[in-house]
Design a binder for this molecule. Structure first.
Ligand code: DGL
Length: 271
């Protein structure tokens, strides 16, 4: 593989800041890979929108990233992945990685009693994507799927420490109490940001899993198999583009990463 191709960036998108939880794991696993992240903050949340709209947004986001010359595309959004991964794999000529399969793999490797809950946006839950991928890997499993429509706004608005955040988490998780699940799949990339609230509500014995680590492993494997890895001495650059206010995104991203970031730019997808 030509050297220029291997130093191209990994492209990732989410409706907003949630995909940063995946980016964090990719940065840890692949510290010398450059990443360009797109957050569609002007149109977040995706979770209550129709699958046609989510597919259209996903195509537009991907074209934006492809114009940045990326070598692999990561759909760091469960809602977009469940609605659009087949389409994106068909129309784009680079490897495309979603978060649903890596998440399902992780959940089935963690459960001991084959009773798994999946939390996600309305669209992800209605798609049945997690249920299918989990059942494929663990026949006989019991999957409890719960839509949590207020979780993404809580995270995007930076309101997870407000007293009502705990009440919202409690309300959404009420149907899960007494179902005997031992594993909860955080089937939305925003949800790891609510992890401690969810853990406190469900108890310390319940395993909370997300797609980040297994998704990063999948990206690493594809880059290795396709000879697309950046050289070990490559100095990674991380760039961020958002369709709404870069300052607000930057503030949230710094809160998630726990350190300052630079290179946050406004992007225009439609001109
Ligand atoms: N982070 C997206 C996901 O994983 C959030 C979806 C939304 O914008 O509602 O599903």
């Amino acid at each position: 593989m030509a050297a220029e191709k291997s130093v191209q960036s990994i492209g990732m998108f989410d409706s907003g800041i949630g995909g940063l939880t995946v980016m964090q794991k990719v940065m840890q696993a692949l510290p010398n890979e450059s990443i360009v992240y797109f957050g569609d903050t002007a149109r977040v949340p995706y979770g209550g929108k129709s699958s046609e709209t989510i597919v259209r947004y996903s195509i537009e986001n991907s074209i934006f990233l492809l114009e940045k010359n990326i070598k692999i595309l990561v759909i760091a959004c469960n809602t977009a992945a469940s609605a659009a991964i087949v389409k994106l794999c068909t129309i784009f000529n680079i490897p495309v990685v979603g978060v649903i399969e890596p998440g399902a793999e992780k959940a089935v490797s963690v459960t001991r009693n084959a009773r798994i809950a999946v939390l996600g946006t309305r669209s992800t839950i209605h798609s049945g994507a997690y249920q299918r991928e989990i059942e494929k890997r663990l026949p006989g499993v019991k999957v409890f799927s719960i839509a949590c429509p207020l979780f993404v706004p809580l995270v995007e608005e930076g309101m997870i420490h407000q007293p009502f955040a705990r009440a919202i988490v409690k309300e959404h998780l009420a149907p899960l109490k007494h179902q005997g699940v031992d594993t909860i799949m955080l089937g939305c990339t925003h949800y790891p940001i609510l992890k401690s609230l969810i853990q406190e509500e469900m108890g310390p014995e319940i395993a909370l899993v997300d797609s980040g680590t297994t998704c990063a492993e999948k990206v690493a494997a594809i880059l290795r198999d396709q000879a697309l890895e950046s050289p070990k001495d490559h100095v990674a650059e991380h760039r961020y583009f958002v369709s709404d206010d870069p300052a607000k995104f930057r503030e949230s991203a710094e809160r998630i990463f726990g350190q300052p970031i630079s290179h946050v730019h406004a992007a225009t997808l439609w001109t």
